[in-house]
Design a protein around this ligand. Structure first.
Ligand SMILES: Cc1cc2nc3c(=O)[nH]c(=O)nc-3n(C[C@H](O)[C@H](O)[C@H](O)COP(=O)(O)OP(=O)(O)OC[C@H]3O[C@@H](n4cnc5c(N)ncnc54)[C@H](O)[C@@H]3O)c2cc1C
Length: 397
């Protein structure tokens, strides 16, 4: 089948190469000039096992279930040996120390209790939880798409006539899902959108020990720090102060002053940054922040199901919208491979859908690979790999 995947984040790219590897002809559409520019490139980079979700056993189950497949496909981007700590705040936590420990035991999540860093923390546990390097993850996706033969269209948003040009359309635009669905004439749902700031800080100047240090203070309006790939820097999170705007609706409400920063990577001196506020609120749990050196902030949108504050659940949902359209709503990074296989199963079970003859590969909807800058042009080594792969696939004389 001829399939359009819309959205060049982790979930769209993974679906694209897995569909192509399974015999389909896949075109990936990304509205911006590069893949991984939005949430897949800007997040907290934890490969969750569930420690962060004491109020949702279902999220723990999903995280653990997806992990093995994720590592099989993306193992080179996974960084182990992290000094990973989860802490329960002495005051104001929605989950008490006793409740958290029984949650860990009930879910078979191993931990070692250590002395808290400061008196504001009631519990401090060290756990074995990995993280991902976002640039390696992006490179693996680009390489796998090139090897499989996925055709990539950048600066190419979804368009109305996609329905005529493709047998199936996979919508994987995360914060842009409703926008894409509207373009395709599908019904849309309300989500909770959060425009987030991720300050980047240098902690390794305090001590090299911080290089792989990660701490999450739970459970409520607290804070976290996590290493950023192999940069030696960290990203900060704060449940309250990092969120510049939160709305339940059909699209994110992005404050006008932040529009130019959104999904643009690290901004050196963003106007209206909440970094100082986050630092002030977090210092009592993380005294080392006094020594942190600010490197700028990244801004992106998070999407969660509305009215789930009680459980804070983060499911990944893949669903068929109509006979042409499948939607991926992503929860946690580790579920991307499972989501792609579910997408493949939905495509395969819809074989009764009328298949159209493939349009000329070079010009879906008038676009050509020449007008779109693809990672094949950006990364010449991928082009070589793709050539090798297609030579390997070519029938022997
Ligand atoms: C602040 C933050 C922290 C997080 N921390 C973690 C964490 O530590 N661990 C974890 O597992 N998960 C975390 N998550 C969740 C995780 O990052 C996301 O679930 C995941 O990255 C989303 O991937 P995606 O491919 O669905 O979306 P994205 O990466 O956002 O990709 C969607 C793509 O679709 C494109 N697009 C949108 N509209 C259109 C259109 N009309 N036409 C064409 N293209 C379009 C966008 O430009 C974008 O490139 C975090 C999320 C956020 C925001």
């Amino acid at each position: 089948m001829k399939i359009a995947v819309v959205g060049g984040g982790l979930f769209g790219c993974t679906a694209a190469f897995i569909l192509q590897q399974n015999g389909h002809e896949v075109h990936l559409y990304e509205k911006n000039g590069a893949i991984f520019g939005a949430a897949s490139g800007i997040n907290q980079y934890r490969l969750h096992k569930g420690y962060h979700y004491p109020r949702s056993n279902e999220t723990v189950r999903e995280c653990l279930q997806g992990l093995a497949a994720f590592k099989r496909y993306f193992g080179e981007s996974v960084i182990g040996g992290v000094e990973r700590y989860y802490a329960i705040a002495a005051k104001g936590s929605q989950t008490s120390k006793a409740k958290y420990l029984s949650f860990l035991d009930a879910n078979g999540l191993p931990y070692k209790i250590e002395k808290p860093m400061c008196k504001e923390l009631d519990l401090f546990v060290r756990v074995e939880e990995e993280r991902v390097c976002p640039s390696q993850l992006r490179n693996i996706c680009a390489k796998k798409m090139a090897l499989a033969g996925v055709e990539i269209f950048l600066n190419a948003p979804a368009y109305k006539d996609m329905r005529d040009d493709y047998d199936q359309i996979v919508v994987s635009g995360y914060a842009g899902n409703n926008d894409i669905l509207k373009t395709l004439g599908c019904s849309i749902k309300k989500y909770q959108y959060e425009v987030c700031e991720k300050p980047v800080i240098a902690l390794n100047r305090i001590s090299e020990w911080f290089r792989d240090f990660s701490l999450v203070v739970m459970d409520g309006n607290f804070c976290s720090v996590d290493p950023l790939g192999h940069t030696g820097w960290h990203v900060m999170g704060h449940v309250e102060h990092a969120i510049h705007s939160r709305n339940v609706g059909y699209a994110p409400e992005v404050p006008a002053r932040l529009k130019k920063y959104l999904d643009q990577g690290r901004i050196h001196k963003p106007i209206g940054s909440r970094y100082q506020k986050m630092k002030k609120a977090s210092k009592k749990y993380m005294p080392f922040l006094d020594e942190a050196l600010y490197q700028g902030s990244m801004f992106t949108t998070r999407v969660v199901l509305p009215r789930k504050d009680k459980t804070d659940e983060r499911p990944t949902i893949v669903e068929r919208i109509d006979d042409k359209v499948i939607k991926i709503f992503s929860g946690k990074l580790g579920t991307a491979v499972e989501a792609a296989h579910t997408t493949l199963a939905l495509v395969q079970t819809n074989r009764r859908t009328e298949c159209r003859p493939a349009a000329p590969a070079a010009s879906p909807n008038g676009r050509t690979t020449k007008t779109c800058k693809s990672p094949l042009e950006v990364q010449p080594n991928y082009a070589r790999l793709a050539k090798q792969a297609s030579a390997a696939k070519a029938p022997r004389p």
